[in-house]
Design a protein around this ligand. Structure first.
Ligand code: ATP
Length: 302
């Protein structure tokens, strides 16, 4: 009996270990493991990014159930601009990112980067050009330094330090007993949501792709973390074309353009002040969030 039990037990252990490791890898590349619904054209060339201009032109898209999720979306992002996408849950914000990453092809219309239709270039070159800061970054139970280094595995310690600084993490790291060598805990549990997202930003800064997509965490952040995130986003946007899905409008008031989405359409676009003047959808969202903040402060007061 023991002769069977021991190998079976060992196999169980190996299985659990492998499953754990795979789960981590899957989460880390969660955007990349979606079964590809698209294929490269034969002899497709690589994407050549010279400036990082993005254009969506009359993009229509639905998932399998024939429900139209994007109903003719058009917008342009100029090189090194920061564009924020806001709107209610289910409006289609993440779907825009999935199409830009080419997990799916639009049923109508086109998406171009520096004039090249993304359907005509290799997926590998497209995804290499785009850095992603997901809502819930996957961290491994290693040091902060090693977690940041996943952005570019051959980066020197100096490069990693610079990325940590640009992600506005240095003050936090300096307070830790072992600085950059401090372990972050299983799945980064020893870090707050804002700190985890800044580690992900540092990773992305180290990779330095010409285009960056940032999915702002929905979890509540204290105002200091929020300010640090805004500052690190400004750092990214200085040299890279940046698209941000924003849940807190206060983090994107400085965006060059804000796209307001509702039910698969861009219903308003402009700068924060232009949109407030329009007194439309955005102005209403802004007022609601300001009111929530005031309520939170009142509740927090003794
Ligand atoms: P949120 O702010 O809640 O993340 P969102 O604006 O990013 O929302 P999307 O995630 O783009 O919205 O989803 C738009 C619509 O598409 C939703 O109704 C959603 O249920 C649907 N949807 C998203 N992914 C899929 C999928 N893989 N298959 C079918 N429907 C999907």
């Amino acid at each position: 009996m023991m002769q069977i039990f021991i190998p079976l037990n060992f196999l169980g252990f190996v299985y659990r270990e492998m499953k754990g490791a795979l789960a981590n890898i899957e989460k880390m590349f969660s955007l990349l493991v979606v079964k590809p619904a698209v294929a490269d054209q034969s002899e497709a060339p690589k994407l050549q990014v010279s400036e990082g201009r993005i254009e969506f032109e009359q993009v229509r898209f639905g998932y399998k159930d024939n429900r139209e999720i994007l109903c003719g979306v058009s917008f342009s992002v100029l090189p090194c601009q920061k564009v924020a996408i806001v709107g209610a849950s289910g409006a289609g914000k993440s779907t825009l990112f999935k199409l830009l990453f080419r997990f799916y092809d639009a049923q109508e219309g086109s998406i171009r980067i520096d004039g090249q239709d993304i359907r005509t270039v290799t997926q590998e070159s497209l995804r290499r050009a785009i850095g992603v800061v997901p809502q819930d970054a996957v961290l491994f139970n290693q040091s902060i330094k090693e977690n940041v280094r996943y952005g570019r595995v051959d980066a020197t310690d100096e490069d990693v330090m610079a990325a940590i600084q640009h992600a506005h993490l240095s003050n936090f790291v300096e307070q830790l007993p072992q600085g950059m060598d401090t372990l972050v805990g299983e799945r980064g549990l020893k870090l707050s949501g804002g700190e985890k997202q800044r580690v992900a930003i540092a990773r992305a800064l180290l990779k330095k792709p010409p285009i960056m997509i940032f999915d702002e965490a929905t979890s509540s952040l204290d105002s200091r973390s929020e300010r640090s995130i805004v500052a690190s986003l400004q750092e990214i946007a200085r040299e890279q074309t940046t698209l941000v899905i924003a849940h807190r409008l206060s983090t994107v008031v400085d965006a060059d353009t804000i796209l307001v989405m509702d039910q698969g359409k861009v219903v308003e676009q402009g700068s924060h002040s232009q949109l407030l003047e329009q007194e439309g959808h955005y102005a209403m969202l802004w007022q609601m969030q300001q009111q929530e903040r005031t309520d939170d402060v009142e509740v927090a007061m003794p």
